[in-house]
Design a protein around this ligand. Structure first.
Ligand code: KMT
Ligand code: NI
Length: 176
């Protein structure tokens, strides 16, 4: 089970720390805001899931200190991932190794819900949900990214995306 909890919003502490308020978030709550979570132990299960949802493309990202020329370049990349954004299509991520934090914005309360993904965890973030990503203090994730079409991904940052059509559709879908 993916560990999920309310984020403490303490920006004086590095974003790769846990930021755990101690308030857990249930799978039912994640489903209410449109997330899908699966635990897959084999690549075949992931492939089947991708095929059922009509996913045609994929890539693997390795995000760690050695993937960048220096620490500063890594931090600037992490800052991009950590900007609150949405996409016009689902974002599917499967953790192959290491771990990472996907923070999703609860549209009902505006709280950040932090999901710690570890090996075998698959998350589907629906189109239009505001979210962000970071490494944990271990500084390493290897993740499979699944794409319906070409492996390119446009991010729309908040607040510019507030009147994006997919944002509006997302809010309607969750009942807002
Ligand atoms: C995203 O969209 O934020 C990402 O792809 C982050 C890297 S996936 C572990
Ligand atoms: Ni994203």
């Amino acid at each position: 089970m993916v560990k999920a909890y309310i984020h403490d919003n303490d920006s004086s502490v590095d974003f790769r720390e846990d930021h755990d308020t101690g308030k857990p978030v249930s799978l039912e709550k994640l489903e209410q805001i449109g997330l899908i979570y699966r635990k897959f132990d084999t690549q075949e299960e992931v492939d089947q899931f991708a095929q059922d949802r009509d996913y045609k493309n994929r890539d693997i990202v390795n995000i760690t200190v050695n993937s960048f020329p220096d620490e500063e370049t890594m931090i600037s990349k992490l800052n991009v991932f950590y900007a609150e954004h949405l996409h016009e299509d689902e974002e599917i991520r499967y953790c192959l190794d290491g771990e990472g934090f996907f923070d999703v914005r609860d549209p009902f309360t505006e709280e950040w819900i932090r999901c710690r993904v570890q090996k075998g965890d698959l998350l589907v973030l629906p189109a239009g949900i505001y979210h962000r990503f970071t490494l944990t203090s271990d500084n390493y994730i290897k993740a499979l990214r699944l794409f319906k079409e070409e492996p390119k991904w446009l991010a729309y940052n908040r607040p510019d995306a507030d009147d994006n059509r997919y944002r509006q559709e997302y809010l309607t879908q969750v009942g807002l």
